[in-house]
Design a binder for this molecule. Sequence first.
Ligand code: ATP
Ligand code: MG
Length: 354
Amino acid sequence: MRRNPLNPNLRLSLPPPDEVPITQFLTESGTFMDGDLLVNRDGLRIVSQNPVEAPPPIRPTDDQLSLADIDLIKVIGKGSGGIVQLVQHKWTGQFFALKVIQMNIQESARRQIAQELKINQSSQCPYVVVYYQSFYENGAISIILEYMDGGSLADFLRKVRTIPEPYLAAICKQVLMGLVYLHHEKHIIHRDLKPSNLLINHRGEVKITDFGVSAVLTSTSGQANTFVGTYNYMSPERISGDTYGYKSDIWSLGLVLLECATGRFPYSPPEEGEGWSSFYELMVAIVEQPASTAPTDQFSPEFCSFISACVQKNPGDRQPATDLLRHPFINMYKDLNIDLAAYFTSVGSPLATF
Ligand code: ATP
Ligand code: MG
């Protein structure tokens, strides 16, 4: 056997003279095949006899991802805590989103964070973004997440401006299923439900992300109450510093839906076109003004009733996610067979990477 100098793994063996009949090398169609080499009138091809099987895709439970095994492709988003990049696993070709949050903390604290993130984020729910693994390196926590190729609902809303009710009902149903899972199975309050934490993909899926991340980061790094993000969707009881629970997420859901339907954040500053002069002013408005409602002349009674089942200043008056799933708004358009996949992809050209 001789080693091919161009490809040392290519085996080429010549038949010993006169010992092996030619038919063993030449097929009826005139193909010569030996070792990894195939020759016929179409040319020469290398066919591996021991094909290297594609490695199986990585699953969230594998715990075998390493930062050295991924290639950075591009930055896909920026948040207040850091950046999110599209990355590809070198060996399986799988795409992931890599979220990097800068934080300089001690070894013991980071181990605790990694542990808590794992417990908190690991989930078996199709309406929640899959968490794969997290690392601590060079003063940053890196989290590998399922890549959602449509980006966030905030990105989408910037393109479409408003979302018609039938699509909103289909989106809302998925968010509610995610919330039922978080609240009733995992006993987790999201704490930061907003359009940028609802991710979409070309399959028409809507998934909740970043639940409890801020809580884990602030509690473990000993910086409680250092919330960095938007206060826009925060419930009145949370702003007031009262105890808050799952119903706080329901308030946020109501505001998100109202914003998607109307194209503007419900608590807009008094002067059109001006921003709030301070976040304090916005917080006072949320706590003191009557709860926002959907304009009844523009939306169905079912939608308006759904919004008021969520946006109530007293958390006890808001309905839990399980009840909201049975609200007439959720199923009123089901005969239209709404195709969210077509709707999401009709707007931009997301990278279809699945
Ligand atoms: P904040 O930091 O204030 O909470 P944010 O939610 O926008 O804001 P990040 O969570 O860092 O901040 O996300 C930034 C952006 O990255 C998102 O708006 C979204 O466009 C994109 N993104 C985040 N996670 C993913 C993901 N898993 N797949 C695809 N895009 C993502
Ligand atoms: Mg986020």
